[in-house]
Design a protein around this ligand. Structure first.
Ligand code: NAD
Ligand code: TYD
Length: 352
């Protein structure tokens, strides 16, 4: 039986990934979720898994920036595969306070790599999969795409810290022969996303009849991917990917922010039996993000042609599923909106 050490499994994509793993093959896997439970981690997201698979699912509340604790986890569980999601992940927070991004994203990744190098010294059939972002490539104009070969040009403290971690992972492959794969993915949406990112901020504010803050003119473009497709793509890379390689993952779905917000307003009005224009009246243009990247768009031909991956959930379907999930899981949203969340909303939006 393989043991997977999943970091950041209590966060948005990590918890979706653990659900995906157990839906595939729950009885034949051992999953260790290593998570510090920052503001973004919610153990509630995996309650169902820990109840259904008490023998196969293990939780360790550990900070990856703390090498000694991480070392003990490796010694105890002896993992075969590391899937590394844990990160500080929000661009706006990296602008107001970059230090945690350096501690977790750079030093935390370094600690994980060191543990893998130490414990996998003489092991074959092991893998370190590093989950990263397309933001390491910088910003596109209205033309072109990010390829695996695009030069790194990160613009925010978040993307700079992720770029550093990608380089470290790649260096451990070239220097020590550590078996690694890296994926660089576009913007995800779906269940369990913390209400600081565009789509859940909008859904949450509509539920509370609060202004819907659109940065600048709302014309920036992101390439939106349903989180379940991201999880399937990661599993495809883990099982079929070539060691030492990077794979881009996108949604082939470029949308301007304002178009996303308008769509959400219409669908939420439909779900909640409100007038069509009710939520649109809450749209409020606010001061732009400093250094706001204009456009992200992924070319994912490598993943499709070399590993046979295909997307399965289009935006029309994914966004409906997402809205229905948030409406059915208000307790999850209430639970995650702690005192820290209220402080963040106050600091991020009060001066815009
Ligand atoms: P998230 O912020 O929702 O979750 C991050 C998780 O990591 C949380 O559970 C948190 O408690 C945990 N964590 C943070 N610091 C930690 C530390 N020091 N030690 C242990 N655990 C820690 O993030 P997400 O959106 O799920 O993103 C997961 C990964 O995917 C990140 O590496 C991110 O860079 C990458 N990514 C995200 C997106 C996106 O659209 N969300 C897109 C591409 C790549
Ligand atoms: P976000 O979800 O923070 O992801 P990222 O910055 O990593 O792409 O933001 C997505 C886009 O939405 C980005 O262009 C910024 C914009 N945005 C808003 O207009 N309003 C908001 O309240 C948030 C959180 C983001």
């Amino acid at each position: 039986m393989k043991t997977l050490l999943v970091t950041g499994g209590a966060g948005f994509i990590g918890s979706n990934f653990i659900h995906y793993l157990f839906s595939l093959n729950g009885e034949n896997l051992n999953v260790v979720n290593v998570d510090k439970l920052t503001y973004a981690g919610n153990p509630l997201s995996l309650n169902d898994i820990s109840n259904r698979f008490p023998e196969n699912y293990h939780f360790e509340k550990v900070d990856i920036a703390d090498y000694d604790s991480l070392d003990k986890v490796f010694m105890r569980y002896n993992p075969d595969i590391v899937v590394h999601f844990a990160a500080e992940s929000h661009v706006d927070r990296s602008i107001t306070g970059p230090k945690e991004f350096i501690d977790t994203n750079i030093n935390g990744t370094f600690n994980l790599l060191e543990c893998a190098r130490k414990y996998w010294n003489d092991k074959k059939d092991v893998l370190f999969h590093h989950v990263s972002t397309d933001e390491v490539y910088g910003s596109l104009t209205d033309e072109g795409f990010f390829y695996e070969t695009t030069a790194y040009d990160p613009h925010s403290p978040y993307s700079a810290s992720k770029a550093s971690s990608d380089h470290l992972v790649s260096a451990y492959y070239h220097t020590y022969g550590l078996p690694v794969t890296i994926s660089n993915c576009s913007n995800n949406y779906g269940p369990y996303q913390f209400p600081e990112k565009l789509i859940p901020v909008m859904i949450n504010n509509m539920l509370e009849s609060k202004p819907l803050p659109v940065y600048g003119k709302g014309l920036n473009v992101r390439d939106w991917l349903y989180v379940e497709d991201h999880c399937r793509a990661i599993w495809t890379i883990i099982t079929k990917g070539k060691r030492g390689e990077t794979y881009n993952i996108g949604g082939e779905n470029e949308i301007k922010n304002i178009d996303i917000v308008n769509t959400l307003c219409e669908l939420m009005a439909e779900e909640m039996n409100e007038e069509k224009e009710y939520f649109k009246n809450l749209i409020t243009y606010v001061k732009d993000r400093p250094g706001h990247d204009w456009r992200y768009a992924i070319n994912m031909d490598k993943l499709k042609t070399e590993l046979g991956f295909e997307l399965s959930v289009d935006f029309a379907e994914g966004i409906r599923r997402t809205i229905k999930w948030y409406l059915a899981n208000k307790a999850w949203m209430d639970n995650i909106k702690s005192g820290e969340y209220l402080t963040w909303i106050e600091t991020n939006y009060s001066n815009r």
